[in-house]
Design a protein. Structure first.
Length: 160
């Protein structure tokens, strides 16, 4: 697991942009964190890393937004789903196992449909004397994501 602290929205955007610049077709990122912790900000940075310049917003009411860049970005917010079965109605498999990068906010609602391999990212807002501090934990699940994390650490000089 990699732990990173960010101290501003700009820092969180930069972190997302680094991940996006290294993303590959079929990459799945599961984002966990309470409301207002920065999941959509990180996704906005990831989109910038994919060359997407249009505004990135949380798809809370539409459940999924699609964007086109170097690779397609599929941004799911499944907070409003009642059970995992509703993922089938979204045609999630087409997105998860296609040629784009899939980001899922609130993956705990996926239940048994959680993929076997993914990049798990957890964001926690940390009170720090008025500073906009976030503790971000990156947990790769599966060989491809473990290899990605090792290369990313070398690329950015991040210490785990």
């Amino acid at each position: 697991m990699i732990e990173i602290n960010t101290y501003s929205e700009k820092d969180t955007l930069k972190l997302g942009k680094e991940i996006g610049s290294l993303a590959w077709p079929g990459m799945i990122i599961l984002l966990e964190g309470d409301l207002g912790t920065g999941k959509t900000v990180l996704t906005r940075g990831l989109a910038r890393g994919l060359g997407i310049e249009e505004p990135i917003t949380s798809p809370t009411y539409t459940l999924i937004h699609q964007y086109q860049g170097r690779l397609p970005l599929y941004h799911f917010d499944i907070y409003r789903l009642n059970d995992a079965e509703e993922m089938y109605d979204l045609g999630y498999e087409e997105f998860f196992y296609g040629q784009g990068v899939t980001v899922v906010e609130w993956p705990e609602r996926m239940g048994y449909l959680r993929p076997n391999e993914y990049l798990g990212i957890s964001i926690e807002k940390v009170p720090d004397n008025g500073v906009d501090k976030r503790n971000i934990r990156v947990a790769p699940v599966g060989r491809v994501y473990e290899d990605f994390a090792k290369e990313w650490i070398k690329y950015d000089g991040i210490s785990s």
